[in-house]
Write a protein that binds this ligand. Structure first.
Ligand code: HEM
Length: 220
C-alpha cells in the first residue's frame, strides 16, 4: 500500500504524472503528424487504390502500434521511478489495455501490407525485411495469445510467461524491419530519430530487466 503523502509530495507526483502523459502523447503524435504530411497530398490526388486502401492505413497502424509496443516494456518492467508515480496495478491495467490496442494495430498492419502487395502486383513478396515483419508478427501473436488465453489453453504459469517474453524479440526484429522498409522512417528524420531513440531506450530497459533477474536470483 502507498504511504500517506504530504501535500508537496502529492503535488510533485501529480506534476510528474502530467509530464509523463504529455511525453507519451507527443511520442505518439510525432509519427502520426509525419504520416499526415505524406498522406494528405496523396489523398488529395490519389494515383492508385491499393496505396489509398492498404499502404497508407497500414503504415499508420505500424507507426502507432510500434510506439504502443514500446510503452508495453515501460509499463511491464516495474521501473521503481515509474511506480513512484503510478500504482503497480494501474501500470498493469494499462499494460493490458495498450497491449491489446498495439497488438490489433500491428496485426492489421501485417494484413494490410500483405493485401497491398497482392492488390498492387498480384503477388506476395518474401524479401528479407518482409520475412522479418512476418516473423515478428508470428512471435507477437504467440506472446499475446499466451498471456490472454493461458487459462483456456491450460498453460502453466512458467510456460505462458516464457512465451510472453517472445515480445522482447518482436521489438528489435520489428525495428530492423521498419528501418528496412518504412516510408515514414526513410523520409522523416524526426520519425527515424524517434524510432532509434525508442530502440536505445528499449536496450536500457532490457539491461535493467536482466539486472533485476540476476539480483533477485542472488537474493533467493
Ligand atoms: C505480416 C507481417 C508484416 C508485413 C508483411 C509487413 C510489411 C511492411 C511493409 C511492406 C512496410 C513498408 C510500408 C511502406 O512504407 O510502404 C512496413 C513498414 C513498417 N512495419 Fe511492417 N510488416 C509486418 C509486420 C510488422 C510488425 C510485427 C511490426 C512491429 C513490430 C512492423 C512494424 C513496421 C513499421 C514501424 C513500419 C514503418 C512504417 C513507416 O515508416 O511508414 N511490421 N511493414
Amino acid at each position: 500500500m502507498r504511504k500517506q503523502q504530504t501535500a508537496p509530495q502529492a503535488s510533485f507526483r501529480h506534476g510528474t504524472a502530467v509530464v509523463m502523459y504529455v511525453v507519451a502523447v507527443v511520442l505518439l503524435a510525432l509519427p502520426v503528424y509525419e504520416w499526415v504530411l505524406n498522406a494528405v497530398p496523396f489523398y488529395a490526388d490519389p494515383y492508385d487504390l491499393p496505396t489509398a486502401l492498404f499502404n497508407l492505413p497500414g503504415r499508420l497502424f505500424a507507426l502507432v502500434g510500434f510506439v504502443l509496443m514500446f510503452y508495453q516494456f515501460v509499463l511491464g518492467i516495474r521501473l521503481p521511478a515509474f511506480e513512484k508515480v503510478f500504482k503497480r496495478a494501474t501500470n498493469l491495467r494499462r499494460h493490458q489495455t495498450l497491449g491489446k490496442i498495439g497488438f490489433t494495430l500491428l496485426l492489421l498492419h501485417g494484413v494490410f501490407m500483405l493485401s497491398y502487395d497482392r492488390a498492387l502486383t498480384g503477388e506476395f513478396f518474401f524479401d528479407t525485411y518482409r520475412i522479418m515483419g512476418i516473423t515478428a508478427l508470428i512471435l507477437l501473436i504467440a506472446a499475446a495469445m499466451a498471456a490472454w488465453h493461458f487459462k483456456a489453453l491450460k498453460l502453466p504459469r512458467k510456460v505462458w510467461k516464457t512465451l510472453h517474453l517472445l515480445a522482447y524479440i518482436v521489438f528489435p526484429v520489428g525495428f530492423l524491419h521498419a528501418r528496412g522498409l518504412g516510408t515514414e522512417l526513410a523520409t522523416s528524420r524526426v520519425v527515424d530519430v524517434l524510432f532509434i531513440t525508442l530502440f536505445v531506450l528499449y536496450c536500457f530497459l532490457v539491461a535493467y530487466r536482466l539486472y533485476t533477474v540476476v539480483r533477485d536470483q542472488s537474493r533467493a
